[in-house]
Ligand binder design. Structure first.
Ligand SMILES: [Mg+2]
Length: 312
């Protein structure tokens, strides 16, 4: 039974938390249930990694205003004290995610890691950002992208300059699906010429460096010595095609004998491609509200305050 929310703050009053502990929804797969059970039994050996947009923050028209769910930082802070590691793995620059999420300096998040721009930028709350220089091809693409858009009658496409990547937002064009089709081939050609790659998302095409994806980023956290604790269980929450590589990494971790929990944050407007990825998930939650609520319930369980559907 969901507890009543305080609409002014998005938080659940402490007395209601005690009276109505949140239920922890069970994964629908055996592998997912095993991973969750292992996470609850030995949380310090578990890593929680999550995408930002669409998972911790609702998708909005203006990506600069995609603030995190009001409870996101608090919930991650609650879990950080229990789990072996907490990381945000995102296509956004680190600095943007820290600001939109309100993560920097948040209670409990003094060991948070943010892997920005698909892992090219790395930020550790203890040490700060450590980033290599931007790929040379991005500077050339930045010069040529306006001409490319004008040539295709797509001047309405909004270009987001991420420094190491360029995001082409198609949401404001008259037909975003058609715009995606028109742009894909010329962008692929430009990317091949400049040693870049094109990453598609919901009404967005991103031009970025090769060799970086969320799977590589996630595996860097699982490498020996990357976290203080040895991690057996990895839970990853995503909502879009850019998360496929992270899902692959979790599945490789399972194949190698570890436990993995694939969480999907369902969007109001799924596409065929995102539905395929959602089908791989062990646990499907209802957007950022569902994800944050589930993570809160997980924290309750780890604090010994809640009850799970499985009766553990
Ligand atoms: Mg996302």
């Amino acid at each position: 039974m969901p507890a009543e929310r305080d609409v002014s703050t998005g938080s659940v009053p402490a007395d209601l938390q005690t009276c109505h502990p949140r239920r922890l929804a069970e994964p629908r797969t055996r592998a997912g249930r095993a991973a969750l059970a292992a996470m609850l039994a030995d949380p310090v050996r578990a890593l929680l990694a999550t995408d930002f947009d669409g998972v911790l923050a609702p998708i909005v028209d203006d990506p600069d205003r995609a603030a995190a769910h009001p409870r996101a930082a608090d919930v991650l802070g609650r879990l950080a004290g229990r789990l072996g590691g907490i990381a945000v793995v995102t296509g956004r620059p680190v600095r943007q995610v820290l600001e939109l999420g309100g993560f920097e300096g948040a209670t409990g998040l003094d060991e948070l890691r943010v892997l920005g721009q698909y892992g090219v930028e790395r930020w550790d709350a203890r040490t700060g950002t450590d980033s290599p220089p931007p790929p040379a091809g991005i500077a050339v693409a930045r010069e040529r992208i306006a001409t490319l858009l004008a040539d295709h009658g797509l001047a309405a496409v909004r270009v987001e300059d991420k420094g190491r990547a360029l995001g082409l937002h198609l949401r404001h064009t008259t037909d975003p699906v058609l715009a995606m089709r028109c742009l894909r081939e010329p962008l692929d050609a430009l990317a091949a010429e400049l040693d870049l790659r094109v990453e598609p998302g919901k009404h967005v095409l991103e031009l970025r460096a090769t060799g970086a994806d969320k799977g590589v980023a996630l595996e860097s956290l699982l490498a020996a010595g990357a976290l203080d604790a040895h991690v057996d269980v990895v839970a990853y929450a995503g909502d879009d095609l850019g998360d496929a590589a992270a899902y692959d990494a979790v599945e490789r971790h399972r194949t190698a004998g570890g436990r993995g929990l694939l969480i999907w944050s369902a969007a109001p407007e799924p596409t065929d491609e995102t539905c395929e990825l959602a089908a791989r998930a062990d646990l499907v939650l209802d957007g950022p509200e569902g994800v944050v609520g589930w993570l809160d319930a997980l924290a309750d369980q780890l604090d010994g305050a809640g009850t799970s559907e499985g009766g553990r």
